[in-house]
Write a protein that binds this ligand. Sequence first.
Ligand code: GSH
Length: 262
Amino acid sequence: MLALYHNDMSTCAQKVRFTLAEKGLEWDSRHMNLRAGDQQKPDYLAMNPNGVVPTLVHDGRVTIESTVIMEYLDDAFPAPPLRPADAWEQAKMRQWMKKLDEGLHAMTGVISSSIAFRYQHFAIKSEDEVRAQIERIPDPSKRARQFENILKGLDSKFLPGAVAAFAKLIADIDARLGEADWLAGGAFSLADIAYAPYMVRLDHLQMHWLWADRPSVADWFARLRARDGFKAGIEAWFNPDYIALMAEKGAEARPRIEALAA
Ligand SMILES: N[C@@H](CCC(=O)N[C@@H](CS)C(=O)NCC(=O)O)C(=O)O
């Protein structure tokens, strides 16, 4: 039996649900309210000491880290394969996924929290309660970023670097799509699944202007969105409250964000 501890709008959970859907796997949902701090409760921390989603439990065995979970699912349930057979293309796939784990995922937290998600915290908590929840984040670097992003919003010192990182990412994807149909090569792979949630987040935060003049990126994103796995793993879980907040705050922030990308 497969159970996934996740959150509807979490990018890392979206990657894993997209993978589960592409494999046609049945799984039990354990939905976590991240704003209420479910991820910081002792029972959950015993499974995932990082205090983040997702966590996969397969026949009683726990796996954490979204990229590791995706590869685990591809090993445990080989059909259809989501990794290229060619070793070099598989290396390419891993390089793309590594980029997310080594920085871009953290930068997504910066843009999401500083532009929009900070308002969700203050809607249900006092400033002292917000500070206390941030204080309990196990990873010190993430804790430091969240103090800036949630308390200072668009004045977060991490925002300019994050916007620059996404401008570069979109240029890098565009260059790759000039060489191959998908990120790893000729076939759709875990790398494309991994990036889909980040494209969705940029879109929801009204940062789609990043690829307005890049038709190859727009076409790749459209091909991702057209997949049944995307619809079941990402779109079916869309939370309209999050999307409305990101649309409103993203539109307000857009001039500042565009100026940072210039
Ligand atoms: N490296 C982890 C990152 C997971 C992560 O950052 N999850 C976020 C949601 S996308 C989370 O649970 N945030 C809650 C919090 O930080 O308190 C993975 O890939 O699984």
